[in-house]
Design a protein around this ligand. Structure first.
Ligand SMILES: [Cu+2]
Length: 150
C-alpha cells in the first residue's frame, strides 16, 4: 500500500512538472559534430506547437559552453548566420530547424562527445516551461565508413 501511494505521488508530480511544455513536441532532432578544427556544433530538429503561440527563449547543454539560436539568411548571394533572441513558435504550426535555415549553435562542444552518443538539451520557452530533449550525435563522416578503409 505504501508502495502504491508512493508510485501515485511520483506519477502525479512528474506530470505536474511537465505541464507547460506539453504543447510543443520535438522530433527528428540531431546534433551535427563540428568539422575538424572547429569547436561549434549545430543542432537541428522539428518543433510542433499544438498550443498557444510562444517562443523558444533559450537553450542550454552541459555538453557546450553556450547554445545560441541562429537563423540563416541569404544577402547578395552570401549565406550569413545571425544570432536571434528567440525562435518564434506560432500556434498550431510546425517549425523546422535544418541546415541552411534556423538552427541551434553549440559553442565549445565537449571534445569527448562522439558520433552515436546522445546529448541532452534544455529548452526554455517564453511561458517559463522547460523541456529536456535527448538528441543523437552525428558526424558528416558517418556515411563514409564503408568507403575508406584505414
Ligand atoms: Cu549558427
Amino acid at each position: 500500500m505504501k508502495y502504491v501511494r508512493l508510485l501515485l505521488w511520483v506519477v502525479c508530480c512528474w506530470s505536474m512538472t511537465a505541464v507547460g511544455s506539453e504543447s510543443v513536441s520535438v522530433s527528428d532532432g540531431y546534433v551535427q559534430l563540428p568539422v575538424p578544427g572547429q569547436t561549434r556544433a549545430a543542432a537541428f530538429m522539428v518543433l510542433q506547437n499544438e498550443g498557444e503561440s510562444l517562443t523558444l527563449a533559450s537553450v542550454s547543454c552541459s555538453c557546450a559552453s553556450k547554445v545560441e539560436i541562429h537563423s540563416h539568411t541569404h544577402s547578395d548571394g552570401v549565406m550569413k548566420m545571425r544570432r536571434e533572441d528567440a525562435l518564434p513558435l506560432p500556434s498550431r504550426q510546425t517549425v523546422t530547424l535544418a541546415p541552411g535555415g534556423w538552427h541551434m549553435m553549440l559553442f565549445d562542444l565537449n571534445p569527448a562527445v562522439r558520433s552515436g552518443q546522445h546529448v541532452e538539451l534544455q529548452l526554455t520557452y517564453s511561458d517559463d516551461s522547460v523541456q529536456i530533449i535527448k538528441l543523437p550525435v552525428q558526424s558528416i563522416f558517418d556515411g563514409d565508413d564503408h568507403q575508406h578503409h584505414h
